[in-house]
Design a binder for this molecule. Sequence first.
Ligand code: PEP
Length: 252
Amino acid sequence: MTPGIKPLVAGNWKMNGLNSAMDELEVMRDQFKPGLSAKIDMLICLPFTMLAKAGELTSRSAVKIGAQNCHKEIKGAHTGDISIEMIADCGAEAVIVGHSERRTDHGESNAQICEKAQSVLHWGHMAVICIGESDEQRKQGATLDVLKKQMTESVPGSADNGEIVIAYEPIWAIGTGLTPTVSDVEEAHQFMRSYLIERFGEAGNAIRLLYGGSVKPSNAAELMGINNVDGALIGGASLKADDFLGICATYQ
Ligand code: PEP
């Protein structure tokens, strides 16, 4: 936690989910009661195909919805791509950019991720920018160098009209059931905070820093209790309302 920052618990459904089966999202919406929504923000990042319906289902609730990628341009000759304007048109308020699966599967570079984030921020939305080291980089002791390079090159120089959120996701912890030690997460998040203060001044103190990688109800309290961990980005455990709400309940 960081004093004065409202935590954000964000789900990343990845390439999972159908419009014909929105019941888990409806349970999350219905169980996100005012007592909890006063304490934390909840964000569910869905496949593009689900955004319009999810936007309708959550429109009068405290649940925010988001996408998992976007193009840097607003419109034009970019076959198969989706822009922030289209995402916002569905009622979504946030976009995950630079997830390691996109960096790996689509070869996205820090520079491209920065441009996507800029587009989201210019639109006045939240860009959840993912960073994190590979297992090999961790073993080489290069974690903090990797984080610094990724933040320098993929975090825009200004939040523009929107909100920058940074998610620290060690690649080796995503979907594996493995998590870093508490002191490793604390060191990484303290490093990120110091970097952001150095770069943005006092505004760096207000940027939400999420931890992501095998967060589940059983380890959430420990991970969310670490200094400068202002919430979580959750993959697998965000697909089931019980698990996701169990993680949120850490903040009850
Ligand atoms: C993720 O993909 O962002 C993630 C953190 O996945 P998981 O929670 O399944 O490790």
